[in-house]
Write a protein that binds this ligand. Structure first.
Ligand SMILES: [Zn+2]
Length: 319
């Protein structure tokens, strides 16, 4: 607010909206008064005129909250009310326009740390039911003669068939579910994925269980595409690729553990039996067992915390 040429009644110069809409319905407004400058006496408000022109609370608000600028000769400048600086920003406009949905806990599980982005992204698309299998085309109104690419005796390609009920999909899921001791009927893809996410397991296996359904469905999808364009991938190959990615995830997560077994079932046994160390106090020595590795550590304290051991392993690995 500078020279105060803003319209008194129809512009939002008090920060609460246009006064025309704010004053009570039965309040008689003085339409002869047009510019805010008319409410001003030198450098301050004409308090008497404020009280005469507006309801008491509004007059009070103007007196306390609305201030004139110091540059006497400048015109009033518009201010963008949603941002404190008064300057327009696209992000503040976007925040007003956008519809914020409730946080969906499922979406947190889709994104696994260290898992390649393309795999998590694929699971996100799958979770929303947007994978372009033949039944999706049909639902969108296209006439499709459907034939799956995953079976030697082709059947109709549906989402459930490709990712769950086909012979290959069933074998792959069973291979990983059984080793993890998870029991579930393979009826619905989302339900199987949730079983992995909600499984009770050892903490060090948790992110692996979270990633497993993403990696399995990703490899099934890759196989389908390869077969569709003339290639061939065996079921064992799919299992091997899933294994490889899960093993890679563990290596990234626990770089100081050099002996993580590459096979899924062994990986589970390994982490279920994982003990960071067994320490015994014997004079100035502490004898530590790390899995099958026995390490002698000179420790005057006679008591070694897990974190110290992990730092030691990390340094050994780097060397
Ligand atoms: Zn099939």
């Amino acid at each position: 607010m500078n020279r105060g040429s803003t319209n008194v009644w129809y512009e939002n110069w008090i920060g609460l909206g246009a006064l025309y809409h704010i004053v009570p319905n039965d309040y008689t407004i003085n339409e002869d008064m047009q510019e805010v400058a008319e409410l001003r006496v030198d450098d301050t408000w004409d308090e008497q005129l404020l009280v005469q022109s507006f309801p008491t609370d509004i007059a009070q608000h103007i007196k306390q909250e609305v201030i004139f600028g110091t540059t006497e000769n400048s015109w009033d400048v518009p201010r963008w009310m949603p941002s404190p600086s008064g300057n327009f920003s696209v992000s503040s406009a976007w925040n007003i326009l956008r519809h914020r949905d409730h946080v969906n806990p499922d979406y947190n599980k889709i994104w696994t740390k260290d898992l390649p982005f393309k795999i998590s992204f694929f699971l996100w698309i799958l979770w929303k039911g947007k994978i372009p299998t033949d039944n999706l085309w049909r639902r969108s109104g296209y006439l499709v003669v459907s034939k799956c690419w995953c079976c030697s005796q082709p059947q109709e390609e549906t989402f459930q068939h490709l990712f769950l009920t086909s012979e290959t999909a069933t074998r792959v899921w069973r291979n990983f579910l059984q080793a993890a001791d998870l029991v579930i009927n393979l009826v619905q893809v989302h339900q199987v994925i949730r079983t992995w996410w909600n499984a009770k397991c050892y903490p060090k296996l948790m992110h692996l269980y979270q990633a497993a359904p993403a990696v399995i469905t990703w490899e099934l999808w890759k196989r389908r595409n390869t077969m569709k364009y003339g290639g061939a991938i065996s079921c064992n190959r799919v299992i091997h690729e899933v294994n490889k990615t899960l093993h890679y995830l563990e290596r990234i997560r626990y770089p100081w553990l050099s002996i993580i077994p590459p096979l899924w079932s062994d990986m589970i046994s390994f982490f279920e039996g994982y003990k960071p160390y067994v320490g015994t106090k014997s004079g100035s020595n502490a004898i530590l067992m790390v899995h099958q590795e026995a390490i002698l550590v000179q420790a005057d304290m006679g008591f070694v915390f897990e974190i110290m051991l992990e730092i030691w392993c990390l340094r050994k690995n780097i060397r």
